[in-house]
Design a protein around this ligand. Structure first.
Ligand code: NAD
Length: 324
């Protein structure tokens, strides 16, 4: 018997607080995980990347494989940029426990991962959040950060003014937070304690010279070696934590380009998120320090969140039982 979990069921079975707790536990257990580097297929003809991502987290006995695609031109056709499917197996028998809609699960787990990073890395008194990009990921980024910090005000910027307006209206209604539209990229950073970049841009979306001391930045949008949302100055002046060293050194232009320019060395990456969660490395060392969390996205996050969603849905009788 296999459970089919569509996006509506996932939303019901997986509140953001649950997802954050699953991801935090997943990173705590990351030493028990098998997470091979994912396989990207870049299909130039369709301006698309397909990613094939398996993971097993031993400490939770969670096993998944995800296929996910990124089509940055899709919103013009009324389709989401990120689409995917996740298969959750029983590691003891191989039986297929669940098929999960991967676009919404990806957005939830990417938000939850930023939530965990922001809990450890941002100043405890952070209340103001600036966001670049007003698409699907930006929504769960705001939702997750609002779970770990008392966010009073958010300022957002998108090159698509309609997307920014829609986001500001919908998210203030949903979360009861004052969400304003910034006048310019520089304005997003003005007076903000936490910054998120969740865009499809291939070039930096702001200048590292504009960052105020004490800011925490989550860079989540770019995931190919030739693309970056954060410039060399941002990386150079920051304490950098990543979701995975191996994955970021393979995929994150935000880190790879400054290394190739000679501005930083690999040692500039202070830790991965698992090391921070386990207390093996200091998170923030002063209120003045600028911190960066760079994520490219790991199947470990999918595994722990998919398992949590499956258990909740199964126990509540949610989802559709199918026989393959
Ligand atoms: N790190 C991870 O784990 C992870 C997970 C999922 C998606 N992603 C990546 O995050 C990015 C965003 O995904 P999405 O689903 O939100 O896409 P989306 O298309 O829904 O939203 C992206 C938004 O960014 C805006 N944008 C593009 N360039 C900009 C710029 N220079 N300044 C401001 N806004 C700009 C677009 O207009 C669009 O509204 C994608 O590149 C995706 O591959 C990363």
């Amino acid at each position: 018997m296999t459970l089919l979990l569509d996006k509506d069921v996932l939303r019901k079975s997986l509140p953001m607080k649950e997802a954050i707790s699953a991801v935090e536990e997943g990173f705590r257990l990351s030493k028990t995980a098998l997470v091979p580097q994912r396989i990207p297929l870049k299909i130039e003809r369709h301006n698309a990347v397909f990613l094939y991502m398996p993971a097993y987290v031993g400490g939770m006995d969670a096993l998944v494989v995800k296929e996910v695609s990124v089509h940055p031109d899709n919103p013009k056709k009324g389709l989401p940029t990120v689409q995917g499917t996740i298969l959750l197996n029983d590691p003891s028998s191989g039986s297929l426990l669940a098929i999960l809609e991967g676009g919404s699960l990806t957005a939830i787990r990417t938000g939850a991962t930023t939530g965990v990073a922001t809990k450890y890395l941002s100043r405890r008194d952070a209340t103001n959040l600036g966001i670049f990009g007003c698409g699907v990921q930006a929504r769960t980024q705001l939702e997750a950060i609002a779970c770990v910090r008392r966010i009073h005000k958010a300022k957002v910027y998108d090159i698509n003014a309609t997307a920014a307006k829609k986001f500001a209206f919908e998210m203030s209604e949903l979360l009861g937070i004052d969400v304003k539209i910034a006048n310019s990229p520089r304005d997003v950073l003005e007076g903000m304690d936490i910054i998120v970049t969740a865009t499809t841009s291939k070039i930096p979306v702001f200048s590292g010279e504009w960052i105020a001391p004490g800011t925490h930045i989550n860079g989540i949008g770019s995931h190919t070696p030739d693309a970056r949302e954060l410039d060399t100055e941002t990386i150079r002046r920051s304490r950098v934590i990543v979701d995975s060293r191996e994955a970021c050194l393979e995929e994150a232009g935000d880190i790879i380009i400054p290394i190739n320019e000679g501005a930083i060395t690999v040692d500039h990456i202070k830790a991965d998120l698992g090391e921070v969660v386990r207390g093996e490395c200091d998170a923030r060392t002063s209120d003045e320090e600028v911190t960066v969390f760079k994520s490219v996205g790991l199947a470990l996050e999918d595994a722990v969140v998919a398992l949590r969603a499956y258990i909740i849905a199964r126990d509540k009788g949610l989802g559709k039982i199918i026989e393959l």
